[in-house]
Design a protein around this ligand. Sequence first.
Ligand code: C2E
Ligand code: MG
Ligand code: MG
Length: 656
Amino acid sequence: MSCCKEKAMRTRTKKRLYGLYTILGFLLGIAILSGLVFQSVYSAQSYGQLINYLGLVRGTTQRLVKLELSGTPNDELIEYLDSILSNLESGEGEFGLDLVEDEDYLECLYTLQEQWEDLKADIRAYRLDPSFEHALLASSETYFDASNETVFTAEAYMHGELHRLLVVTGVLIAGIVLVWLLLFMLNFKRVLHLEGLNRDLNDKAGRDSLTHAYTLDRFKDVAQKLLEQRRGRQYAVFYMDFADFNYINDVFGYSWGDKILAQYASVLSEDMAEDEAFGRVNADNFVALRSYHTKEELYERQADVDRKITEFMLSSRDKHALVVRCGICCAEDVTEPLTIDSLIDRANYARKSVKAGTREGYCFYDEGIRLQLRAEKAIEHDMEAALRKHEFIVYYQPKVSPESDRITCSEALVRWRKPDGQMIQPGQFIPVFEKNHSIPLLDRYVFESVCIWLRRMLDEGKPALPVSVNVSCLQFYSSDFVKTYREIRDRYRIPRGLLEIEFTETILFDDWHVMNRTVKQLKDAGFICSIDDFGKGYSSLSTVKNLDIDVLKLDAVFFQDTGTLEKDRQLVAGIIHMVRQLGITTVAEGIETWEQVEFLRGIRCDLIQGYVYYKPMPQEEYEALLINESGEYGRDAGVRQPEGNAKRYLETCPAG
Ligand code: C2E
Ligand code: MG
Ligand code: MG
């Protein structure tokens, strides 16, 4: 048994004993109190009886003397009085009178007894000689006084005793109440303390250890409650994300990245009012719930927070600024009653729309976004049926060698052709399928379509050039990814080297180990591996160094004229020069002008993919193009003789 368990058991046993002692103490207190009350009642009754009999002794003696003097003596009365006095003296007798052990009382009783003996002697003398009448009367007076004194003494004693009992009972009751009060206070304090501890513990569990912000789950709980008790207040949910935070981590180090996140949480926390909350979703994503009067005010508050984090960063050694993208969803802008989950989703959705050119990186969820969201839902909903009905079709975009201006290979690009003929571009549905994790289904579908086509081309003796397919990063983390792709490839008996897998660079930084292993498995299985969209987002040449890839595809951003063309050109020249030395084939994407082609040819870029040569085209069109080209150049057109790395790239390709 673990030490924690033992401790918990000991605490439980202690608690039980504590409860038992409390109950026993209570019962004992009640028993003592009942005993005292019983004794008080009994004593009151017996003292009453005693005083009654003392009064009787006094009255009966007077009656006895009266009877003697009137000539009707009564010896029975004498016997009666004898037995009462004897009972009073000994505490035993037929009258059940208790012996009261009070000195004053006992003294009075002895005196009374003596007086009684004297009185009896005087009665006897009077019976013999009536001249003793005066002596008898005097004796009777003395006796009366003595019995009076005895009654008063007994009364005083009884009062004293009852008073004592009353005081003891009072003290006891006060004691019990006091002890109970004490126990109650202690217990109450303990409960309060435990509650406090519990609260602290819960709070700790619901907070992110790095930033001390609420975890997403805790944030949802708190925010949902605030929304439910909103009492006329308006609320908005914020979803914040730092642009290119990976860059900060990679360039300035993770500890600096952590510091920024903690600082951001601290600035956010200062901004929060009592009826507001914020939390950390993951990495560099935060959510917040703010109440407001005007949307302008919401905007200002967020801007203030972001200004502070920028100031913090600019005051650092590296002076690197950071852009915060933020989506805001005001509960009032949503017609249907929404849970915090859906509000967060909508705020996140608005955040993703920031790039659409809203001011300073903030975007409010609105009707346009709602429609977009609805369209996405429809896409999500229709996907499976569309796969079954083969609504997804594959387009091919040739990659051309600038050396020979001839097609070397192609990229398979998916399109969604709706039954009404409407053609949907991948940019509209791929992100949706990536979000709902169904993209592997589509990727496999495209891959199999390419295999089927290549098989047919090979079977029909047509030129079959390598085709690259895109795969989502999600696949790389699935253990059977390579196995599945190899099985499909083998099913259609596609020779090694005819298929290429393109994956995007952004995913690489998640787990180098997984990436390396997958790339190795893919290459062992005969697939060509390429990194797509290099230069889009945060790029690092360490990717090329760390992964044993065959092809590097430079993104169109390098070739767009944004005023930095000359700089970009130098950069591209440098990259291509370096990458070629590593034996990696270079492909330039998005090339639209002959001037660009000229430049790329000059710096010995291996392949060009762009509208300048060909746009993505339907399979039939591409097939016809290949046949036409091979006819133009002869039967061996499929096996070109390109220069440099493109040559190496094609070495494994079979002739068409
Ligand atoms: P990508 O893999 O980088 O594909 C190249 C994209 O650039 C294609 O867009 C292509 O049509 C476009 N492009 C090529 N040359 C030019 C040019 O000269 N000018 C311009 N403006 N664009 C050019 P497309 O077909 O819309 O595909 C967009 C993205 O969708 C692809 O980018 C790829 O990331 C993704 N995608 C396409 N098919 C699939 C697929 O089957 N699976 C997955 N996971 N993603 C796919
Ligand atoms: Mg691609
Ligand atoms: Mg690309």
